[in-house]
Design a protein around this ligand. Sequence first.
Ligand SMILES: NC(=O)c1ccc[n+]([C@@H]2O[C@H](COP(=O)([O-])OP(=O)(O)OC[C@H]3O[C@@H](n4cnc5c(N)ncnc54)[C@H](OP(=O)(O)O)[C@@H]3O)[C@@H](O)[C@H]2O)c1
Length: 253
Amino acid sequence: MLNIVILGTGNLAKHFYSAFSKADNVDVVQVVGRNQKELQRFSKHSNISNDFDNITDADVYLIAVKDDAITEVSNYLANKKGIVVHTSGATDLNAIKSKNRGVFYPLQTFTKGKTVDFGSIPICIEAEEKNSLETLRNLAKSISKNVHHIDSEQRKKLHLAAVFVNNFTNYLYSVGEELCLEEGLSFDLLKPLILETAEKVWTMSPKEAQTGPARRNDIKSMESHLKLLNKKEHITLYKLLSQAIKQDHEEEL
Ligand SMILES: NC(=O)c1ccc[n+]([C@@H]2O[C@H](COP(=O)([O-])OP(=O)(O)OC[C@H]3O[C@@H](n4cnc5c(N)ncnc54)[C@H](OP(=O)(O)O)[C@@H]3O)[C@@H](O)[C@H]2O)c1
């Protein structure tokens, strides 16, 4: 049995809590956070506390607080024997000051009120000590079949890649929604296209899957699109992305 403490009561803490509470070989012995109201949501299977000076002994301490507070929270765990891990994609392992430290980064987007199936989520683990890495592997395997040993440099690049495929893509969805609404059209019209675009990368590389006026260098279509855009930032984005796509496919034109 692995005893763990979760630090933080936000989005990821809640998703971890729900996944680990169902895992056979894991006991969430305590959840520690500043927000008393949010803490109550964790009281069903675990002890809860808002006192960072009295954290229960455990095998693993999962720090799930905002990136900028990881070092501050890890300082409360400096004398603990268990493994202190953060859960951030963009933060170096060195942000934790304890000797026995690591990273436990789930590569997925977690949002309040939206359940996720942890079983297939890649969990990227890192630790300086071999035994700690094995413990983190066992912990990760208790909730996911998709566990990877990835070092800090690789993880930071992976997180950057995730920002492109998730955050930026989602922003482009919101631009699409805005353009639909300007014409009184439902965003639902675009959903089959969104799904097909995402599904295509399971069977071919994104570069191969690229379509559209920029790939074909259809200048007239691109000029007419630009005339339809009202916002300066949308025009800038359209030009920038079209130029990047064109360059990526220059040899075919
Ligand atoms: N959400 C995702 O999709 C996702 C995916 C992978 C990894 N992560 C990582 O998970 C970690 C948490 O992200 P999240 O999405 O769960 O954020 P979140 O929902 O905004 O929650 C942040 C948590 O950090 C706590 N916190 C902030 N400053 C603190 C401090 N100085 N001392 C103690 N607690 C503090 C907040 O407590 P209060 O409520 O008291 O402010 C809250 O419980 C981050 O490192 C993030 O990079 C997130």
